[in-house]
Design a protein around this ligand. Structure first.
Ligand code: ADP
Ligand code: MG
Length: 437
């Protein structure tokens, strides 16, 4: 959604503004977040942000409103990481070729944080740069949004373009491929288009799912693919899904996509989330207390883009308010986390209850019935009942294998106890606050 809106808004701005204004002020912006009809854009410096605010904000807001189909607001923040040249994948094809040729890129192998979730994808991408066309051809990266596919693709393109002649490495989105093809068809320049793509040494194509339902483009892409593959030239593709689940893409093409190495980028596990929080915070020059780092890793790290957006807002909020980055500030700056907004899960409730009563998770979920565990266990059942839609039988199963009627009994016991036990009432309100319930 974010990308779609910003791509469309940029297209409108490009046709509306002078080229030099567009290139100087709009092109370097990065769309960080779309939520509640507000688009957060990051500018590379305070000067750029102020200039945009004074001169272009109404035009940008109008373009974003038109692109999103409703009244939209634009929030401008500063992200100093953007002051190095923009990444290749986000640029139109011609500029992407130039950008990948020698310029220091924002997306490199060095600033990619590696963990279990992306180790294979990362290793394969490096292997492709070391020996293009040799081992993994095509390299097909797939995974959800914000998990580093474009980052790896850009690092491959930059790594290969380095010290190679201009135009031999082409890195573009499938959307740009389609647009170039349409323009070539209209201008009756298909021969030139074919020569260009079939003549490259390496073709890097992002967001291949865009070819869905575009039969003519798929056909053209298949010809390009075959020509390159037959002569052992490297192809790297990224997609939001694995080849066999790409809807609207012909079987023959899906089969070709799957004929090399398929590498997944998966959502980060706890260790990778922690490493990402640390690297991204230090990149922004923000120092975090262990408590804040854990909170961000737990609640704001479903994908890396979400984490980057959160850190940028925290940094802006801290520097504007002159306060230091503690948990209170972070919660204020970010509001309820996506995890909290989805509502607590049974596992989160169990986790919080365990922490509050200092009992181990396997004790609470295990079969032992000691008096010490009774209250925490019943309370966990009570909170699950109140704050999730999970059926009683499953709540019982997660908490010591109790059946439905035992859970009903436990709920009654807690309710009676709450009337006379102030400590328990306090525990309930504290736990609710922690769970954001
Ligand atoms: P995708 O293309 O999979 O949607 P991107 O490559 O655009 O995701 O990544 C989104 C943001 O998160 C980018 O700014 C990227 O640099 C960052 N990012 C993603 N994964 C990592 C990682 N493992 N290490 C460092 N940065 C990452
Ligand atoms: Mg991407």
């Amino acid at each position: 959604m974010l990308d779609t809106i910003w791509v469309e808004a940029r297209r409108r701005l490009r046709s509306e503004l002078l080229d030099k204004d567009y290139d100087t002020w709009i092109a370097p912006l990065r769309a960080a977040r779309w939520s509640a009809d507000t688009l957060t854009l990051e500018a590379p410096s305070g000067i750029a942000r102020d200039w945009l605010r004074q001169h272009f904000l109404p035009a940008v807001e109008r373009a974003v409103s038109e692109a999103s189909g409703g009244r939209a607001t634009v929030l401008l923040l500063v992200n100093r990481e953007l002051s190095v040249p923009a990444r290749a994948g986000a640029l139109p094809a011609r500029r992407a070729e130039r950008a990948t040729n020698g310029a220091p890129a924002r997306y490199t192998f060095d600033n990619f944080v590696v963990g279990e979730a992306n180790r294979v994808a990362y290793g394969a991408a490096r292997a492709v740069v070391a020996q293009p066309g040799a081992r993994f051809n095509p390299l097909f990266l797939c995974g959800g949004c914000g998990l580093g596919k474009t980052h790896l693709l850009s690092a491959v393109a930059a790594g290969l373009a380095h010290a190679r002649p201009l135009g031999t490495v082409v890195c573009l989105t499938a959307e740009n491929f389609v647009n170039e093809m349409i323009a070539a068809l209209e201008a009756r320049r298909m021969e030139r288009f074919r020569r260009k793509f079939r003549g490259v040494q390496t073709l890097v194509v992002d967001d291949i799912q865009f070819l869905a339902e575009k039969r003519r483009s798929q056909e053209e892409f298949a010809h390009t693919f075959n020509a390159l593959h037959e002569s052992a030239r490297q192809i790297v593709i990224a997609s939001d899904r694995a080849p066999h689940d790409l809807p609207g893409i012909g079987e023959a093409l899906r089969y070709r996509f799957a004929s090399g190495l398929l590498a997944h980028v998966r959502p980060p596990d706890a260790a990778l989330r922690r490493a990402l929080v640390e690297r991204k915070a230090s990149g922004l020059g923000v120092s975090l207390t262990p408590e804040v780092a854990s909170y961000l890793a737990e609640e704001w790290c479903a994908n890396v883009r979400e984490l980057e957006g959160a850190l940028t807002r925290v940094e802006a909020y801290a520097s504007l308010s002159g306060r230091s980055v503690d948990l209170a500030l972070v919660r204020e700056a970010l509001g309820p986390s996506p995890v909290a907004r989805r509502g607590p899960t049974v596992q989160r409730i169990i986790g919080e209850v365990c922490q509050h009563y200092q009992v181990a998770r396997d004790e609470l979920s295990g079969p032992r019935r000691t008096a010490r565990l009774a209250v925490p266990r019943h309370l966990a059942m009570y909170l699950c009942r109140q704050h999730t839609d999970v059926p009683l039988a499953r709540i019982g199963a997660e908490l010591g294998g109790r059946d439905h009627s035992t859970v009903v009994h436990a709920l009654g016991a807690i309710e009676r106890r709450l009337e006379k036990d102030a400590t328990l009432r306090e525990a309930v309100s504290l736990l609710r606050a922690r769970l954001g319930a």
